[in-house]
Design a protein around this ligand. Structure first.
Ligand code: AMP
Ligand code: ZN
Ligand code: FE
Ligand code: FE
Length: 287
């Protein structure tokens, strides 16, 4: 049985609702799924309520947060969080304020470059409280500027392109501390996606994050090769870290990535869920 512990819904920049995510997980016979929207836990109540219909699927409340590390944006996924934690909600609210300000800057830049787009359209497209670049991409595609989300990013929205603007991100120590205080464990998401998968650089970041209290790493991810997966499993073992994995499913906002199977070869075993749950319980008991 397989699992998927990295999934985005309509609460952030995915195109499937938390309820639809559970029905897709059921179709795919997944044993466990985590909802990990960007900077919001607004999808979790629906996710947990709907999960009562699926007694065979373990559900994990989560959140994904981007952190500032020098010039990098490092992503962490918090799992087994208490989504009602006031501390966590206040922290996420602050992050979203910066996200909203960044979105205004992107609108100004896009307008300057001749794109017809407004903040109201972006927020309406997002629907929820965490509007992001995939929503900009959807609007630009609908208006005929681009044909695919990837093209919109490559030509316009990614770093170095005319519509890119940094957002103010929290520091690793602060985000890790907040997730811990909300009862969660902290996983370094898609660690091979940085520093061009250079292993020396990766180990440097890993040691830095371990120093800040990180609990585990995402060793299974659609773009990772079997060698990278094996390498990440080995360094997790060496450093006593927990292991997680998931597809980073975004529905139609990330073409070619399906829940559970990623781009076709992802396979996160159920034992990953069991070990994480045990790890999480152990942490709570010793807290
Ligand atoms: P934001 O948090 O608003 O800056 O948007 C980040 C989101 O945009 C990521 O979570 C992905 O869903 C998407 N994204 C970021 N970079 C790219 C890229 N190069 N190509 C396609 N989608 C991307
Ligand atoms: Zn996203
Ligand atoms: Fe991410
Ligand atoms: Fe993600």
């Amino acid at each position: 049985m397989l699992i998927d512990l990295h999934i985005h819904s309509t609460a952030s920049d995915g195109t499937r609702s938390p309820s639809e995510i559970l029905s897709l997980a059921s179709e795919r016979k997944l044993g466990a799924v985590a909802l990990t929207d960007h900077d919001t836990v607004a999808g979790i109540p629906e996710f947990l309520a709907e999960s009562a219909k699926y007694p065979d699927i373990k559900v994990v409340p989560g959140v994904e947060i981007s952190l500032k590390h020098y010039d990098y944006s490092i992503h962490v996924v918090g799992l087994f969080i208490d989504h009602k934690s006031e501390l966590l909600n206040d922290f996420l609210c602050g992050i979203r304020k910066n996200r909203d300000m960044r979105n205004e800057m992107i609108i100004m830049k896009l307008k300057k470059h001749g794109f017809d787009i407004s903040l109201e359209e972006v927020n309406a497209e997002a629907g929820g409280e965490s509007a992001g670049r995939p929503h900009f991409a959807s609007i630009l595609i609908r208006k005929g500027y681009f044909s695919e989300p990837q093209e919109a990013f490559d030509k316009c929205l990614k770093r170095g392109r005319p519509g890119y603007c940094d957002r103010i991100l929290p520091l690793p120590a602060d985000a890790i501390d907040v997730i811990h205080k909300a009862g969660g464990i902290v996983i370094w998401a898609h660690p091979m996606s940085y520093v061009d998968a250079d292993r020396r650089a990766l180990l440097k970041i890993l040691k830095f994050l371990i120093g800040k209290g990180i609990d585990g790493i995402e060793a299974y991810y659609p773009s990772f090769t079997p060698e990278q997966n094996a390498y990440l499993l080995s360094i997790a073992e060496k450093h006593g870290l927990a292991v997680s994995g998931g597809s980073d499913f975004h529905g139609d906002n990330m073409k070619g990535i399906d829940m559970g199977t990623g781009s076709g070869t992802l396979a996160v075993p159920y034992s990953v869920y069991e070990k994480l749950e045990e790890f999480s319980k152990g942490k709570r008991n010793s807290a």
